[in-house]
Design a binder for this molecule. Structure first.
Ligand SMILES: *Cc1c(COP(=O)(O)O)cnc(C)c1O
Length: 366
């Protein structure tokens, strides 16, 4: 079998090795079925069991109350940028958004096509093409409209490497979250949320499936005049089977939830994630400015560690040498430059410790 390398890619991203091995083993024919997951009908009993287990896995890990529906949709988190306002903004046609990174801005852009967006807080800095975000707004900075249809926030800013440590306090206004890059990295109190969405390809499975968790009372807002496929009610009424879902993606999600459960659930995962990020942030902090963390210290992401070096040349040298040593995907997003180590749930703890050692060694030599 091919040897695997350390994959720090931001998304699609690393999947747990036991999941890949189980999928590989069963890919030719599911046990007792004689066909693979890629070939069976989405209306078959066999598939239905997989679909229900994937949902049950998510529900158990996040302790999702019964008055929420769990959906597996398509179109990525990007389609949710449109579906959220189309379904939830009327009749008030105004909503609050916090602007904390590139994905927040994209969500705001689509919401503006539906109604009025109040940017409740932005942490954008810089001018022109050199704009960036390096922190999360403080609760006191939020200028919330008590009459907003909902408040939207992006829990982890994948590109800039910042993360909300706590949900914003929004009183009785429904809270909507793009959790694409940190869902399942720790336990959250789902009751605080009206809707959570996440593209699967960072922390739950492969690309091509989007998890949506929606509180059922919000379905009253979904107008019958919406296009069928854009209406959350369609997908709730049909258990995400109105059209052909990403059956393979949902099967992988089932395996990922089982893997998380076998490790001891999300509290255990969270402890591991803090240790993992800690190895790398510690090297940054003890480097006397050789490594410069991008995020404000208190807002650092546990999922995407972003940092720069003194010059782009030195950054390139580190990336080249790291790649040769088997650390792949460390180049930062073009809007931040530098390096980004994406260390989602499936990324092994040893890989973080090994990268930290590599960085210390690189500093000594340079
Ligand atoms: C990757 C990402 C997206 C985009 O996801 P797609 O599934 O490609 O549409 C949106 N939001 C966040 C926070 C992301 O990290």
């Amino acid at each position: 079998m091919e040897k695997r390398i350390y994959n720090f890619a931001a998304g699609p991203a690393i999947l747990p090795e036991p999941v890949l091995l189980e999928a590989q083993k069963d890919l030719f024919a599911l046990p007792g079925v004689g066909m693979s997951i890629l070939e069976i009908s989405h209306r078959s009993k066999v598939y239905d069991a997989i679909h229900q287990e994937a949902k049950a896995g998510i529900k158990k890990l996040l302790d999702i109350p019964d008055n929420y529906s769990i959906l597996f949709l398509q179109g990525g988190a990007s389609l949710q940028f449109s579906m959220v306002p189309l379904n939830l903004m009327p009749p008030k046609n105004k909503a609050d958004y916090t602007s904390t990174g590139s994905w927040s801005k994209k969500a705001i852009k689509e919401a503006k096509r539906v109604g009025t967006v109040n940017v409740a807080a932005t942490t954008e800095e810089g001018e022109g093409d050199a704009k960036y975000f390096k922190r999360i707004p403080k609760q006191e900075e939020l200028k919330l409209d008590p009459d907003a249809a909902y408040v939207h926030f992006t829990s982890n800013n994948t590109i800039f490497g910042t993360q909300w440590k706590m949900e914003p306090e929004v009183g009785n206004i429904p809270l909507v979250c793009d959790a694409s890059s940190d869902i399942l990295h720790k336990k959250i109190d789902v009751k605080k949320y009206a809707l959570i969405y996440a593209g699967a390809q960072k922390n739950i499975g492969p690309s091509g499936v989007t998890l949506v968790i929606i509180r059922n009372d919000l379905l009253e807002r979904c107008s019958d005049s919406l296009h069928t496929m854009l209406n959350y009610k369609t997908h709730v009424d049909n258990d995400s089977l109105y059209n052909t879902p990403n059956t393979f993606g949902i099967y992988i999600i089932k395996l990922v939830t089982k893997w998380l459960e076998s490790l001891g659930g999300l509290d255990k995962m969270y402890e591991t994630n803090k240790r993992k990020a800690g190895y790398i942030y510690q090297v940054i902090d003890e480097s006397n400015g050789f490594y410069k963390g991008h995020s404000a210290v208190e807002d650092r992401s546990l999922m995407n560690v972003t940092f720069n070096l003194e010059t782009p040349e030195l950054e390139k040298k580190l990336i080249d040498e790291a790649t040769k040593a088997g650390f792949n995907g460390l180049k930062g997003h073009r809007s931040v430059g530098g390096l980004r180590a994406s260390i989602y749930n499936a990324f092994p703890e040893k890989g973080c410790a090994d990268l930290a050692e590599f960085m210390k060694d690189f500093q000594k030599k340079n």
